[in-house]
Design a protein around this ligand. Sequence first.
Ligand code: HEC
Length: 214
Amino acid sequence: MLYKSELKSLAGCILVVAGLSACSANGDYPGTEYAPQMYHSVPYEPLSQITDESAGGWLSSSGNQTAEFYNSNPHNPNRMTMREPAENTVKRAGSLPYRYPKDTAGSTYYLDLAAQTLRNPLPENEEILAGGRLLYDNFCSPCHGGAGAGDGPVGEVYKGVPNFSAGRYAEMTEGHIFHVITHGQGRMWPYASQVDPEERWKIVRYVQTLQKQQ
Ligand code: HEC
């Protein structure tokens, strides 16, 4: 016959033994863990493919005999760690070689450097030119005018918009134009956030045709 107090101490002993056995972690064995997925992350490279069939194996089975992260999502048939960006996502310039710091007041060092060294990487063809024209019409013509004479409807209010085919503007190099679109110049704002580098080079092609206009 066990008394109440004896029962209590027996229960206490069982708890202590269970508690200690949970602490027997060593080497590669972490002991008994509660919610292990909270401690162990799966450090995959971004936009890479999961090829390890046991990845996420501690999570509930996905029903197809492979572990949770491996092909568990029917909308991710290629088992990518990240989804590809949605259609029509606009890419931003990253650490690209032609990202010079802004010209400091009064200095045109970076503009001059760009003007002398940057070359258009795009081929010369009608498709590039047509693309450039479309972008120019959208982003530049409101100020610079359809033919680049500086007479766009916004330009007339904004004032001081140059004519691309007059004086030194007709002599601007492709690198110069690219730099101005990227960083702005004087009273003109930069357009780097609106048009990506490839689009800028297309615009440059089209502006060059406007420079040759009479
Ligand atoms: C909001 C009006 C506006 C828009 C839009 C605009 N520009 Fe300009 N742009 C100007 C003004 C004003 C100047 C003169 C800046 C100055 O000298 O202070 C200028 C100057 C320039 C110059 C000559 C820079 C120099 O060396 O003096 C180039 C090249 C140029 N713009 C290209 C473009 C292109 C390409 C686009 C379209 C991506 C564009 N601009 C959009 C207002 C605009």
